[in-house]
Design a protein around this ligand. Structure first.
Ligand code: GDP
Ligand code: IMO
Ligand code: MG
Length: 432
């Protein structure tokens, strides 16, 4: 499996960090291709818990080369804070490579993120406040700053001046904030230049050469399918392509080189921020999932909205990403429930929808059509083989596989690195 893409199949926080970490020992490169420090990936190794934001989760595996691709937006202050935090804990991040074409989250992008949200009022997105949207907007508007610009002071000054010309009008006249000077931005960014220099390279070239040598590259998506700016629940999305196609544009590796696409999905559904979520629960079951699943944001600490598994969403994820496999996480969180509803279709104003309605108003009006599956009460955290799971848990997984239209190749039964069932039995039953 030389080139593998791993993406979130729901609204984020599916356990992509853990899944990447589990695959880590079998790969040579782990590439972050989209997003920035809006991501929050928790990886648990023994009694140590790591929260990663900007760095690819592969950074925790010795021997792996972590890469920040051109599709990422980088807050340099956060990058070095995270690097220093890992060094303090004995992790060696010196192999990290950073694309010279990746964009920088300038200090004014964070300011704009927060004031825009405030001005949107009840129409706000519920962003992470990390400057992600404004940084990508600058990229698309062609007034963004790229990592490579740090190494040409005159060019950097010119670009900051160009960007600020319009932004200062906006900040001062519309948002009533103070104007920002070119020098203060340039000085802050140039402060990182020398330390960053050894990491900066043409990462597309590095990755393609690695694939030519037969090495294995894992592309780790931030955010998720339903937060993708094209395919997600627009406008309640992030500002990048979190679906599989983003792995190619965000890294400079062509689609024909990709061998498999893994979608990570929770055995139920969560969402952070605003926007519709058909299976959201407002009752004691929602609270139960939040408590047992520790569903609080890794980045912002916000409580996550919780609901039952939505197979319309994962079926959609299978389609738009071309998923070859699903890694199903947090099955252990469902232990103890007598019966588990699974959303198999939507009712939209009296009409049954098998597929995700792409119209915003239709999706907002969707109510779930549930099938009810029997639960299990046995502790499953020690399961390592599919046959170790109670029969009703096996049946639940097989039912999800069917309604999600994709094989489930691994199942998370706890947060730890080793708490995973590789679904050999199912693979074997299919003759693989
Ligand atoms: P990511 O953003 O997709 O990497 O996911 P997060 O790290 O934000 O959230 C997933 C949370 O679930 C983390 O706290 C993980 O440690 C935890 N986790 C991952 N897989 C499992 C699992 O199979 N069972 C349990 N109980 N927790 C898990
Ligand atoms: P990981 O990689 C869950 C959500 C925010 C908000 C919307 C836009 O850990 O799965 P942004 O700051 O990106 O402009 O916010 O997207 N969001 C996430 N939700 N997990 C994430 O990342 C997220 N990154 C952004 O809550 O609704
Ligand atoms: Mg997360």
């Amino acid at each position: 499996m030389p080139a593998v893409v791993l993406v979130g199949a729901q609204w984020g926080d599916e356990g992509k960090g853990k899944a990447t970490d589990v695959l880590g020992s079998r790969v040579d490169y782990v590439v972050k291709f989209n997003g920035g420090n809006n991501a929050g990936h928790t990886v648990v190794i023994g009694d140590q818990k790591f929260a990663l934001h900007l760095l690819p989760s592969g950074i925790l595996t010795p021997g792996v080369t972590p890469v920040i691709g051109n599709g990422v937006v980088i807050d340099l202050n956060v990058l070095f804070q995270e690097i220093d935090g890992l060094i303090e804990r004995g992790v060696d991040p010196s192999a990290l490579l950073v694309s010279s074409a990746a964009h920088i989250i300038a200090p004014y992008a964070r300011t704009l993120d927060n004031v825009t949200e405030r001005f949107l009022g009840k129409r706000k997105i519920g962003t992470t406040g990390r400057g992600i949207g404004p940084a990508y907007a600058d990229k698309i508007n062609r007034v963004g700053l790229r990592i490579g610009d740090l190494y040409n002071e005159q060019l950097l000054h010119d670009k900051i001046e160009g960007a600020l010309e319009q932004k200062n009008h906006l900040l001062v006249k519309v948002y009533n904030r103070r104007a920002i000077t070119v020098d203060e931005v340039a000085d802050e960014l140039l402060g990182y230049r020398d330390r960053l220099a050894p990491m900066v390279t043409d990462t597309s070239l590095v990755l393609n050469q690695a694939l030519d040598r037969g090495e294995t590259v894992l592309f780790e998506g931030g955010q998720a399918t339903m937060l993708d700016v094209d395919h997600g629940t627009y406008p309640f999305v992030t500002s990048s392509n979190a679906t599989a196609g983003g792995a190619c544009t965000g890294s400079g590796v062509g689609p024909a080189r990709i061998d498999s696409v893994i979608g990570v999905a929770k055995a139920y559904t969560t969402r952070v921020g605003e926007g519709p979520m058909p299976t959201e629960l407002f009752d004691e079951f929602g609270e139960h999932l939040r408590d047992v699943g520790h569903e609080f944001g890794t980045t912002t600490g916000r409580p996550r909205r919780c609901g039952w598994y939505d197979a319309v969403v994962t079926r959609f994820a299978t389609r738009v990403n071309g998923l070859t496999d699903i890694v199903l996480t947090k099955l252990d969180v469902l232990t103890g429930l007598e019966e588990i509803p699974v959303c198999v279709a939507y009712d939209v104003n009296g009409v049954r929808h098998q597929e995700l309605p792409i119209d915003q108003a239709d999706f907002a009006a969707a109510t779930p059509v549930y099938e009810y599956l029997p639960g299990w009460s046995e502790d499953i955290t020690g399961a390592r083989e599919f046959s170790d799971l109670p029969q009703t848990a096996q049946d639940y997984v097989m039912a999800l596989e069917k309604v999600s239209n994709c094989r489930i190749s691994a199942i998370g039964v706890g947060p730890g690195r080793e708490e995973i069932v590789v679904n050999h039995d199912l693979l074997h039953a299919r003759g693989e």
